[in-house]
Ligand binder design. Structure first.
Ligand SMILES: [Cu+2]
Length: 281
């Protein structure tokens, strides 16, 4: 089997591996059994993250195949049996320049889209609405300063209380509700330890730090329910403070806001923030 044949087989394997990884993403916006790719993107940020990830996958696959091919070449062509008289070559200026310059060029090709994406994620345009997510041991509470300043807690729905179709460890009693195609700024903070507000299909993951106000943003492109989890080890209830985001049409969202204003406490009401916390575990 010649070298070109080996390379062709490795190339084909690499390509089918990439396709397989990509195919893993075509699911609902929740974790799936045996999922190897990302949850499907539901925001422009996540679409770009996915694109960048695919680019990187091609680059690393090409590098891995190239290095493996070199190894195979050396093993086949220069082993003791085929080539008993070893070469005593030590330096080669051309090769040394190439193996310095080419990796630098590869890194530049990676860093440019990487920084572009980083700035796109970090640069929050003028938001249409703001939500404040406050981490607690072990649940999230939310405030809606742009929509009447009400607040509510989102506690895990325990296994025994799950209804048909509700996802274990991901369903909360109150979802975070947002309108579709709306630039939502999420401000995160915490009342106790560091938590992190993360929703994979939105491409957001930001620490909620006590005494500090962090922010991130998302613009959901399709109605639906999206799930995330606290992503900073925060104690023994860390795995029991999920994030459930329901994206509604703008009209449905307005209706929800009207109900929410009546149903939930006002942030300004004394004691509103101290709604009794039910430990999630
Ligand atoms: Cu947490």
């Amino acid at each position: 089997m010649g070298l070109s044949r080996v390379l062709a087989i490795l190339g084909a394997l690499g390509a089918s591996f990439c396709t397989w990884l990509g195919a893993g993403a075509a699911f609902a916006a929740e974790p799936q059994p045996w999922e190897t790719g990302f949850q499907p993107a539901a925001t422009p940020v996540m679409e770009r993250i996915e694109g960048f990830h695919t680019e990187l996958l091609y680059i690393i696959t090409a590098i891995a195949v190239f290095v493996l091919a070199l190894l195979v070449w050396v093993i086949v062509r220069y082993n003791d049996r085929v080539s008993p008289k070893a070469s005593r070559t030590t330096h080669n200026t051309v090769v040394e320049i190439v193996w310095t310059v080419v990796p630098v060029l590869i890194l530049v090709a990676i860093v440019v889209p990487s920084f572009k994406l980083l700035y796109f994620e970090g640069d929050i345009q003028k938001p249409d609405m703001i939500i404040k997510a406050i981490g607690h041991q072990w649940y999230w509470s939310y405030e809606y300063p742009s929509n009447g300043n009400f607040t509510f807690d989102a506690n895990l729905v325990q296994d025994k209380d799950l209804k048909e179709g509700q996802l274990r460890l991901l369903t909360t009693d109150n979802p975070v509700v947002v309108p579709v195609d709306t630039l939502v700024e999420v401000q995160e903070t915490s009342t106790d330890v560091i938590h992190a507000w993360a929703v994979p299909s939105f491409g957001v993951k930001t620490d909620a730090v006590p005494g500090r106000l962090n922010d991130t943003w998302f613009k959901a492109t399709a109605p639906g329910v999206y799930y995330g989890q606290c992503s900073e080890l925060c104690g023994n209830g860390h795995g029991f403070m999920p994030i459930m985001v329901q994206v509604l049409s703008k009209a449905d969202f307005d209706k929800w806001v009207e109900d929410a204003k009546k149903k939930f406490a006002q942030v300004d009401t004394p004691g509103a923030a101290q709604v009794a916390a039910v430990p999630a575990n």
